[in-house]
Write a protein that binds this ligand. Structure first.
Ligand SMILES: Nc1ncnc2c1ncn2[C@@H]1O[C@H](COP(=O)(O)OP(=O)(O)OP(=O)(O)O)[C@@H](O)[C@H]1O
Ligand SMILES: [Mg+2]
Length: 364
C-alpha cells in the first residue's frame, strides 16, 4: 500500500515547573511507493519512533495528514489501520508460548474481522514458517535467543496480514553476526510478502544494505530521501555526508579561489563553478589515490592492513580531526614507513559545502 505523509509535525508539551515544547517531528513530507522497504535513519532523538507511532496511530500528529493509499488515516484508531508493528523493545508476553504470542493479535479481532480457530491456526503457522520458528512454537520467550525472540515479534506483526509493516530498531539487541543474518531475513520476508515496510535504525550500513529507499533525519526534519547509493554519492548537506559511510567521510577546512579547490594551502582540484570563498570540503576515504606527483601532500601516521585493502591514516593541518583515513588497494603502497605521502583526489568523491549553512555547493 502506498503511504503518504503530508507536512507532519509533532510537538510534545511538557507541563509543570520547567514547561517546554519539544518538536519531535518537523514538517515531515514523504511519499512511499507501494511495496517498498524504506529505512528511516538518524541519530538518537531525531524523531524516528515518533514518526512510526504516528503511522500506526499511537500518536496523533499536531498538524499534517497521513494517507494509506487514498484514505486519510490521520485520525483513524490503530486497530483499523491494518498496520503490523514491531516495537523498539519488541516486548513479547513472557507467560505465553511462542504460538500463543503469535495468535494473540488474531484472538482479539472483533466483529466482522473475527476468525475461526482453524483460520487463526493456519495464519499462525504461515507467519511462523515465514520467519522459520516452527520448531519453537511451544517454548516461552525466555527460552529463546534474542534473534529468535525478534523473529517471534515479526511473526506476531505479520499474522494479521498487515498492509503496512513498521519495524522500530528490530535488530538492536542482536550480536553482529545475527544482526547481519536477521537483516537479510527481513529483506527476504519483505520481498516475499511485498508489504510496504518502514524500518527504523540508527545504523547507516544496515539501512543502506537492505532498503529500496532511505530517509535520513536529524532534529525532527528530513535531511534527504532517496536510493541508498544516490544519497551516498550525492549528499545534500554535511550532516548527510557525515552520517553515511564507514569509515566516515574526511572533513577539511578549504577554500575556492578562481574555480580551484584548496585544502588548507594546497591546491588539489580545478574546474569548480563556485564563487571565491571559504568552504568545507569532505572527501570519502575511497576518494584518495596514492600518486607520487599528486597535489595533496600529507604526513603518514600509520597503515592498517584490512586484507585486500589498506587504511592509510594520515594527518593534515586543514583536517577537522587529528587524522583522516584513505582506503586504497594493498599494492598501491609499498613503503609503510615513509614520513610523507602524496595523493590525488577523485572529483566525484569530493563534496563542497557552504561554511555557515553546511549545504552543498557543488551539487551535480
Ligand atoms: N511522549 C513524549 N513526551 C515528550 N517528549 C517526547 C515524547 N516522546 C518523544 N519525545 C521527544 O521527542 C524527540 C524524538 O523522540 P523519538 O523517540 O522519536 O526519537 P528516536 O529517533 O526514535 O530516538 P532513538 O534512536 O533514541 O530511539 C526526543 O527529543 C524525545 O525526547
Ligand atoms: Mg526510537
Amino acid at each position: 500500500m502506498k503511504i503518504s505523509l503530508q507536512k507532519i509535525t509533532k510537538v510534545f508539551f511538557k507541563a509543570g515547573k520547567n514547561a517546554q515544547e519539544v518538536k519531535a517531528v518537523d514538517d515531515f513530507d514523504l511519499e512511499i511507493p507501494d511495496g517498498q522497504l524504506v529505512g528511516l535513519l538518524g541519530p538518537s532523538g531525531c524523531g524516528k519512533s515518533t514518526t512510526l507511532n504516528m503511522l500506526c496511530g499511537l500518536e496523533e500528529p499536531t498538524s499534517g495528514k497521513i494517507y494509506f493509499a487514498d484514505q486519510d488515516v490521520t485520525a483513524l484508531p490503530p486497530e483499523l489501520r491494518g498496520v503490523g508493528m514491531v516495537f523498539q523493545n519488541y516486548a513479547l508476553y513472557p507467560h505465553l508460548s511462542v504460538k500463543k504470542n503469535i495468535l494473540f493479535p488474531l484472538e482479539n479481532l472483533k466483529g466482522k474481522a473475527a476468525l475461526s480457530k482453524k483460520e487463526m491456526e493456519n495464519r499462525m503457522m504461515e507467519a511462523a514458517k515465514l520467519v522459520q520458528i516452527i520448531d519453537l512454537l511451544d517454548r516461552k520467550p525466555k527460552e529463546l535467543s534474542g534473534g529468535q525472540q525478534q523473529r517471534v515479534a515479526i511473526a506476531r506483526a505479520l499474522v494479521k496480514l498487515p498492509n503496512v509493516l513498521l519495524l522500530d530498531e528490530p535488530l538492536s539487541n542482536l550480536d553482529a553476526r545475527l544482526r547481519l543474518q536477521t537483516r537479510e531475513e527481513i529483506r527476504k520476508i519483505q520481498r516475499a510478502t511485498k508489504i510496504t515496510t518502514i524500518f527504523v535504525t540508527h545504523d547507516q550500513e544496515e539501512a543502506m544494505s537492505i532498503c529500496d529507499q532511505i530517509v535520513v533525519m536529524n532534529e525532527g526534519r528530513i535531511q534527504q530521501a532517496g536510493k541508498p547509493q544516490d544519497v551516498y554519492d550525492d549528499p545534500t548537506n554535511l550532516f548527510v555526508a557525515k552520517f553515511l559511510g564507514n569509515p566516515p567521510i574526511n572533513v577539511f577546512a578549504a577554500k575556492i579561489k578562481d574555480g580551484k579547490l584548496y585544502l588548507g594551502e594546497q591546491m588539489v582540484m580545478a574546474g569548480y563553478d563556485i564563487a571565491d570563498q571559504d568552504v568545507i570540503a569532505a572527501v570519502r576515504p575511497e576518494g584518495f589515490v596514492i600518486d607520487e606527483r599528486g597535489p595533496f601532500r600529507v604526513r603518514l601516521q600509520s597503515v592498517e592492513i584490512m586484507g585486500r585493502e589498506i587504511s592509510v591514516v594520515a594527518a593534515h593541518p586543514a583536517c577537522q580531526s587529528d587524522t583522516f583515513r584513505a582506503i586504497v588497494q594493498n599494492e598501491q603502497l609499498r613503503d609503510h614507513q615513509q614520513d610523507n605521502i602524496a595523493f590525488s583526489l577523485k572529483k566525484e568523491k569530493v563534496f563542497i559545502f557552504d561554511v555557515s549553512e553546511e549545504s552543498r555547493l557543488d551539487r551535480r
